[in-house]
Design a protein. Structure first.
Lengths: 189, 185
């Protein structure tokens, strides 16, 4: 399983909407030349996705989407790879500027290539997907969102008091504590 | 432990309750202040018991790692490297009360070496022992009285609190506010 973290400057609703707009995958997913929805229910969509890279692959994928949370997918048809499954999990970014997507993908190509090589290709695919998703978000930004995303981060209030400097007068002079280091000072005679 | 894997484990008793240690261990924005080999650190996202953080390493210089962290309040913090060098490695911090406002912290670091770690012969993030030493040093910022020897009168204390920077001078409390740039203040 290869994982990746993608930071997108767009609200979670919008990122979810892009990731579940399967017919438009060919507009931004790296290597995707066609994506056709063949079946759809409330949360599940099946689509035939063609990806042309080092090898042309036709994948019959079943997507299961949980609004604004997670999109799971797995191969249900196709013979180009043995198995293909993964997920996108969406979280609000801590700085309030958008969405963090945790992407996971596991591909089993059978005996065609060693696992480390497949993982490297998947890793590169994630980098390309991240770049493409960010560019697509920018390109399709609605007019109302033309302004940079506003930071809604609420500064987390420090619960425990963190000391930076302390000076104590003791019997034989002063003790100073600065950022974890202690020093002694005695009055000069 | 094989040639391609590593495992480092250490335990230390800290003069603090598990709550404070848990707070420090889940404050990913401040990891750079105390974790060995971490130059910059940032919390990317947090939801209930899951957090995603990004660390810039000082060795190998310029490398970034993404961590997926699972929390069990006041008991355990498990951080897995999901992206970057040593992907698949993990750090598990286990907190156990040890009586008298003390806690026992056990850190286990394990994972696979990549060729750079193999050549350098070092652990990811340093050894468990060095990480615990870093934590102990950072902890003193919350408990300075532990580091100051002798009894006496507190003259001055400057601390960072939920209200901002607070100064206590001879028992009187002052709130510190940033001076405007370019002003005399």
């Amino acid at each position: 399983m290869v994982k990746s973290v993608i930071q997108v400057e767009a609200p979670r609703t919008r990122v979810f909407s892009i990731l579940t707009d399967y017919p438009r995958y060919q507009e931004w997913v790296a290597g995707c030349t066609s994506s056709t929805v063949v079946n759809k229910t409330d949360t599940t969509t099946e689509a035939d996705v063609v990806i042309s890279g080092m090898k042309r692959m036709t994948l019959g994928l079943r997507f299961e989407a949980f609004p604004e949370q997670t999109i799971n997918f797995r191969m249900v048809r196709g013979t180009d790879v043995k198995s293909y499954s993964g997920s996108y999990r969406l979280m609000d970014s801590a700085d309030g500027k958008g969405t963090v997507v945790i992407a996971e993908l596991q591909v089993d190509v059978g005996g065609m290539a060693p696992k480390f090589m497949v993982d490297r290709i998947v890793s590169k695919t994630f980098d390309d997907t991240a770049t493409a998703l960010k560019a697509y978000v920018q390109k399709t930004r609605p007019g109302a969102e033309a302004a940079p995303a506003q930071s809604t981060r609420v500064e987390s209030r420090r619960k425990s008091v963190r000391h930076l400097l302390r000076v104590m007068k003791v019997a034989d002079g002063y003790r100073m504590w600065i950022l974890g280091e202690s020093f002694s000072a005695k009055p000069s005679k | 432990m094989g040639l391609m894997t590593f495992n480092s484990k250490a335990t230390r008793i800290f003069p603090a309750d598990a709550k404070l240690l848990y707070e420090i261990l889940t404050d990913y924005d401040t990891y750079a202040e105390w974790m060995p080999l971490v130059g910059q650190s940032k919390l990317l996202a947090k939801e209930t018991d899951l957090a995603i953080a990004e660390l810039d390493l000082t060795a190998p210089k310029g490398e970034k790692v993404s961590l997926e962290c699972i929390h069990s309040r006041d008991k355990m913090v498990l951080s897995r490297v999901i992206r970057g060098p040593a992907a698949g490695s993990q750090l598990q911090w286990t907190l156990t009360p040890a009586g008298n406002e003390q806690s026992s912290v056990t850190l286990t670091i394990e994972g696979r070496r990549n060729w750079r770690w193999l050549l350098g012969g070092r652990y990811f993030m340093g050894s468990a022992k060095s990480c615990l030493a870093g934590l102990e040093s950072h902890l003193s910022m919350f408990r300075p009285e532990v580091s100051i020897e002798g009894q006496g009168e507190q003259i001055l204390d400057i601390s960072e609190t939920g209200e901002g920077l607070v100064c206590r001078f001879r028992g009187k409390k002052y709130m510190l506010t940033p001076a405007n740039e370019g002003s005399d203040g």
